[in-house]
Ligand binder design. Sequence first.
Ligand code: HEM
Length: 441
Amino acid sequence: MLLRGGALAGAGVVAAIGGAVVGDDIGAAGASRRAEAFYGAHQGGVVTDTQRHTVLAAFDLANAERSDVVALLQAWTQLGAALVAGRSVTVPIHQRPAAGGYAARAGSAAAVATASASYADTTAPSTTDDSLEAYGLGPQRLTLTVGFGAGVFTSAEGGDRFGLARRRPPALVELPRFSGDQLVAADSGGDLYLQACADDPQVAFHAVRAIARIAPDLATLRWTQLGFSPSNLGGTPRNLMGFKDGTMNSNVHPPPDLETVLWAGAEGPGWMRGGSYLVYRRIRITLEHWDRLAPHLQERVIGRGKLHGQPLGGRDEFDPIDLDARDGEGNPLIPATAHVRLAAPQSNNGAVIVRRGFSYNNGTTPFVERWPPWRQGLEYDSGLLFLAYQRDPRAAFIPIFARLAENDALNQFTTHTASAVFAVPPAASGPGDWIGRALFS
Ligand code: HEM
C-alpha cells in the first residue's frame, strides 16, 4: 500500500488498470535489458541459450476446480508476459467467489470473512504489489516455461479431476523404475511445472515467487530446486564433473531436425502441437569419489577428452563420435561402457533428446562409514539438473536411459534422486491468449 500510494506510484512504476498487469520497463543503468520472447510458436526456456540461473518449481492443484485452473493459467500467462518483459508487476491474486468456494471449505467464520479478501493471507488484506526484489535489474533474459503433469488429467486414484482425462496425451507417461533410482517423492512429480531461467538469480526467483503468490492455496508449491550454469566465456558449459556438457543434442548445440525430435506434431492431441515433453531428473554426483579418479580414467567414463571435449580418438570437440575406432590392440577407443557411446543416437536407433543442463548445489549431508578405516564427515549434495526435452519420451528418454541405467560407467558416480514428466504445451500466441487455452477449450 505504502509503495503504491507513495513514491513509486508517483514515478509511474506500477499501475493496475482494470486488473491488467502493466508497468514501466525496469532496469537501472548497466542492467540487462535483453528480453527473450514470451509469445510465439514455442515456449521459451526449451532451446533458449542457457541462462546463468534457474529456479524449477512444481505445484499441486490441491483444492482447485476446473474453473480455478483456467483462471490460474490465464493469470500465470498474463503475469508471465510482464515478468519476461522485465516489468514491475501487479500480482493478479486469484480470488474464488466466497460462497461455496475456498472460504466455505476453510470452515471457520474468521476464514470466511478474510478469505474473500485474499488467498495469499487469511489474516490481513492481500497486496497485489510487486515484492520489488527484482526492481531495477531488467529482463535478464528471463524465460518462463509451463508444463502439465499427469495430475492435470487424472487424479492419483484415476479419477477425471477436471474433465480432461480423455485429452491426456499418450506421450505423457509415467516413467518406469530404472535400475539405481533413489527418488525422493517430495522432490518429484507435481501437477503444474514452472521453470524460470534468467541471467540473474533474483530475477528468476522473483518470477516464481510472484506466480506462486497468485493462488497459494489452489496451486500449492510441491518442490523447488535451484540450479546454475557458468558464463559462456569458456564455450560449451562444463558440468561439475569438469566436462563440457551439451556438445551435441542440447539447447546449446541443438540437432538440426527439431521438428522431428523436439516439437510434438500431428501424432498426438492438437493442443500439444508445437509443444514438447520434459523429463526432469535431479542427479546427485559423488564429487569426492569422482575427484579421486585420475583425469585419463574420467575420460574413459565419459568417452570424451576433459580439457577440449573431443570424442576419444578425435581431435576437435565437434568431431563426429567414431564408435568403431580402435587402438593398436583392437580395443575400442571409446570404451564399451562410456557414457557417450551408450547415449549416442547411433547406439539407440537414432533416438534423440534435447538436453538443457544446470548444475545444482544443495549443500552437504553427513555420512558415516562403520567399517575400518572408520570415518564420518560431510559430502556434497550436488550434481546435475537434467532437463531432457523431446517429442515423445517413449521413443527417447525411456529407451536411452534404460540402457544407460544398466551399463553406463557414469553410474558409479551418480544417483537419481528426483524425477518428473511434464507436457509442455505451445506458447501463448500473443496478448489475450493463454498457455493451455487449446486444452481447456
Ligand atoms: C550426472 C549425470 C550426467 C552427466 C554428468 C552427463 C554428462 C555428459 C557429458 C559430459 C556428455 C558429453 C558431451 C556432450 O555431448 O554434451 C554427455 C552426453 C550425453 N548425455 Fe549425459 N550426462 C549425465 C546424465 C545423462 C542422462 C541421465 C542421460 C539420459 C538419457 C544422458 C544422455 C546424454 C546424451 C544423449 C548425450 C549426447 C550423446 C550424443 O549425442 O553424442 N546423460 N553427457
